[in-house]
Design a protein around this ligand. Structure first.
Ligand code: NAD
Ligand code: TDX
Length: 338
């Protein structure tokens, strides 16, 4: 199969490409990536001789048309992905996430190509923090949860999902969608929570927690996300949406305390910094449909062990993350989050 992966030089996309090359040696993989600040050729180094990397924009209709014409499957990861950046300047989010998705949809419609759309649980907005004994606070997102995004990032992702659904209904596009919770693992940009704190600790700097740190994210290892994406592509029903999650609800405070413990530091050796505007409280995925209808199970069920492996990866791959660290921290300092 000829697979076109957009955003394949980013965090999840590069892990997806590496996994695909490893586990589906017969497939022919092309990556379309604009190599923005978030993309890195080096993330594809281990498979560089097996993958064609085309540097270009998903909103470039001519380029997208030519690449889609020679593909059997498009897996769309490319996006502006960081909430904090979307609060500083939403414009690339609208262009890449909305116009980029529209451009791809028109191309797959013209050429009758199978399409998978990678999205996030943030399209549903947030949930209240759990209170023990209060059933009203135990809710999790399902495929039936109404969309209610909070940030410029999540609203553009929500809009892109709705475009896909409309193209399925109006034009009979053969598309599936997946909405996954927070990923962690190798090759994640140091602007994101987990790698920011790991690389801070490697530099002897205290982790930075937004506000009180009670916010909860439903962590999943990036390899589990990507096995789920392949499961949906191979076994999902066209037109349908599947939620991806691995029962990993953890507060930001607990993540930081686990990292401090892995570094042999005291549990209070972190700083509270300015909270994110509109900061979503809790995300939680009910992945029953994916597990029961499609038979998927995650491999990384021990979050501490997954974090430990991720710490080891950042320790061993300083040359990959170091070039972006200083500029990222300078941006955070400018917004009171340094
Ligand atoms: P990332 O920011 O690490 O990577 C995004 C990639 O897209 C980069 O390589 C970048 O160069 C590329 N890109 C950006 N704009 C482009 C454009 N206009 N044309 C072509 N390429 C462009 O993001 P990520 O964390 O790997 O997320 C990948 C996808 O998964 C996104 O769609 C995101 O919404 C979704 N997602 C992420 C998470 C998470 O926890 N990170 C969770 C659920 C869903
Ligand atoms: O330094 C920090 N301190 C901190 O407390 C950073 C960078 C973040 N945080 C908090 C904010 C969130 O509650 O940690 C949590 C995770 O933050 P991010 O890594 O920025 O992720 P989040 O905003 O939850 O979004 C992520 O998951 C869903 C991805 O970036 C999105 O692309 C994906 O859709």
């Amino acid at each position: 199969m000829r697979v076109l992966v957009t955003g394949g030089a980013g965090f999840i996309g590069s892990n997806f490409v590496q996994q695909t090359v490893r586990e589906r040696p017969g497939d022919d993989v092309t990556v379309l990536d604009a190599l923005t600040y978030a993309g890195d050729r080096a993330s594809l180094d281990p498979v560089a001789d097996r993958v064609r990397l085309v540097e270009g924009d998903v909103a470039d209709a001519d380029l997208v048309d030519a690449l889609v014409a020679e593909a059997d499957l498009v897996v769309h990861f490319a996006a502006e992905s960081h909430n904090d950046n979307s609060l500083t300047d939403p414009s690339p989010f609208v262009r890449t996430n909305l116009v980029g998705t529209f451009t791809l949809l028109e191309a797959v419609r013209r050429h009758g190509v199978r399409y998978h759309h990678v999205s996030t649980d943030e399209v549903f907005g947030d949930l209240p923090l759990r209170v023990e004994g209060d059933p009203a606070t135990q809710e999790r997102f399902t495929e039936r949860t109404p969309y209610n995004p909070s940030s410029p990032y999540s609203s553009t992702k929500a809009g892109s999902d709705l475009l896909v659904r409309a193209w399925v209904r109006s034009f009979g596009l053969e598309a599936t969608l997946s909405n996954c919770s927070n990923n962690y693992g190798p090759y994640q940009h140091v602007e994101k929570f987990v790698p920011r704190q790991i690389t801070n600790l490697l530099d002897g700097v205290r982790p930075k927690v937004y506000g009180a740190g009670l916010n909860v994210r439903d962590w999943i290892h990036v390899e589990d996300h990507n096995t789920a994406v392949w499961t949906v592509i191979e076994r999902g029903t066209p037109g349908e949406t599947y939620l991806i999650g691995a029962d990993g609800e953890t507060s930001n405070l607990d993540v930081v305390r686990t990292l401090l413990d892995l570094f042999g530091r005291a549990p209070d050796e972190f700083d509270h910094v300015t909270d994110r505007a509109g900061h979503d409280l809790r995300y939680a995925i009910d992945a029953t449909r994916l597990r029961t209808e499609l038979g998927w199970t995650p491999r990384y069920t021990d979050f501490r062990a997954g974090l430990e492996a991720t710490v080891a990866w950042y320790r061993e791959n300083e040359s990959w993350w170091r070039p972006r660290k200083a500029a990222t921290e300078a941006r955070y300092r400018a917004s009171g989050q340094g």
